[in-house]
Design a protein around this ligand. Structure first.
Ligand SMILES: Cc1cc2nc3c(=O)[nH]c(=O)nc-3n(C[C@H](O)[C@H](O)[C@H](O)COP(=O)(O)O)c2cc1C
Length: 300
C-alpha cells in the first residue's frame, strides 16, 4: 500500500506539476522492506525521479532509505523550482504511436530514460523543427509495445507485419515523414534493445514499399543524435552501422549527425557549450523544402 508523505506544486510554463513522495510497504516481498518513490506528475505524465528501498542500506551505513528519499525530494524541488522546464514537456513527447503525418518530422527517442541525454537532444531537435514551422512528433520508443522481429518474411508476401502492435501505426509514420531524427544512447556498443526492435520491424515498411514498387513515400532525410558514456568517437561505430543502414533501407539519406561522448564524466548536456546550437543546426539544415499546398479550387 502506498502512503503519501509529501506533495508540492511546481508551477511551470506548461502548467503546474506535482512532486510527490510516497512510502510503500513491501513487507510482503521481504520482511520489513519499505520502498520510497519520488514521482513527478505533470503534462499528463508521471515520471519516476527517484526510488530507494530499505534493503539497499547495510546496517553500518550512516544514511538510510528514508533520509535519502527526503534528500532527493528536497533536491528535486529546488531544481524544478529554479528550472521548471527541466523535464521534457509532454507536449513534445507522445507515448503512443503517432498518426502518420505526411511530410512532418518524426523524432524517435531511443533511450529508456525519459529524462536522460537523448530526451534532451530530442527536445532540442523537435523545438528546432517546430520553430521552422514543421509539424513534429516525438516518440519515446521504450513506451511502445514493439514485439521483436521473428524473421518470418511474411511481410514480403503481404506488405504487412504478422504482429499487430504499436509498430502498425508507427511504421507508416516513419514512411510518411520528411525528416527522421533518431536519438540513441550507446548500449554495449550499439543501440538499446527497444530501438533495435523498432529498427528490425521497420523491415515491413521496406517490404510494403517494395511490393508497391515505389520508394518509401515522402521520406527524405535523416539525422542521428547519439550519446555515449565513454570518451572517443569510436564508441559510436556500431550505432552508426546500425542506424545508417536502417535509414538507407527506407530510402532516407543521413544528412546530419551529432555525437556526444564522455557523458559518464560530463553528465549534463545542458552545460556543454554550443551543443544545443549544433543539434538545432543539424536538424534545420536537414529539413527538406516544405511542401507548399497548391491553390484551392474556388468555392461556388
Ligand atoms: C546497459 C548500458 C550499456 C552501456 N554501454 C555503453 C557502451 O558500450 N559504451 C559507452 O560509451 N557508454 C555506454 N553506456 C552509457 C550510456 O551510453 C550513457 O550513459 C548515455 O549518456 C545514456 O544516454 P541517456 O541519458 O539518453 O539514457 C551504457 C549504459 C547502459 C545503461
Amino acid at each position: 500500500m502506498r502512503e503519501l508523505l509529501s506533495r508540492v506544486e511546481i508551477p511551470s510554463a506548461g502548467g503546474a506539476g506535482h512532486l510527490s513522495l510516497y512510502r510503500e510497504d513491501l513487507s510482503g516481498v521481504y520482511p520489513g522492506m519499505v520502498r520510497y518513490l519520488l514521482l513527478y506528475e505533470g503534462w499528463g505524465r508521471t515520471l519516476s525521479l527517484f526510488s530507494t528501498n530499505t534493503y539497499e542500506y547495510p546496517p553500518l551505513l550512516t544514511v538510510d532509505a528514508e533520509s535519502a528519499a527526503w534528500r532527493a525530494a528536497r533536491d528535486w524541488e529546488e531544481a524544478l523550482r529554479s528550472a521548471p522546464d527541466r523535464l521534457v514537456p509532454a507536449a513534445q513527447a507522445v507515448h503512443h504511436p503517432p498518426e502518420p503525418a505526411a511530410g512532418g518530422v518524426l523524432v524517435l527517442q531511443g533511450s529508456p530514460r525519459p529524462d536522460g541525454t537523448c530526451a534532451r537532444l530530442a527536445m532540442w531537435a523537435a523545438d528546432a523543427a517546430r520553430s521552422a514551422g514543421r509539424a513534429v512528433e516525438v516518440v519515446f520508443v521504450h513506451d511502445l509495445e514493439i514485439h521483436p522481429c521473428i524473421g518470418c518474411y511474411q511481410c514480403y508476401n503481404t506488405g504487412e507485419c504478422t504482429f499487430d502492435d504499436d509498430m502498425t501505426r508507427l511504421g507508416p509514420a516513419i514512411g510518411g515523414s520528411s525528416l527522421l531524427v533518431v536519438c540513441s544512447p550507446v548500449y554495449t556498443n550499439t543501440v538499446p534493445a527497444g530501438l533495435k526492435a523498432l529498427i528490425d520491424r521497420a523491415q515491413a515498411v521496406h517490404a510494403h514499399a517494395a511490393l508497391l514498387g515505389e520508394p518509401v513515400r515522402g521520406t527524405r532525410n535523416g539525422v542521428l543524435l547519439a550519446a555515449a558514456g565513454r570518451s572517443g568517437l569510436k564508441n559510436f561505430d556500431c550505432v552508426r552501422k546500425v542506424v545508417g543502414p536502417f535509414m538507407e533501407n527506407l530510402g532516407i539519406r543521413l544528412t546530419g549527425e551529432v555525437l556526444v561522448d564522455d557523458l559518464d564524466r560530463r553528465r549534463n548536456v545542458d552545460f556543454l557549450p554550443g551543443l544545443e546550437g549544433e543539434v538545432r543546426r543539424a536538424v534545420i539544415s536537414s529539413l527538406p523544402p516544405a511542401v507548399i499546398p497548391g491553390p484551392q479550387a474556388p468555392s461556388s
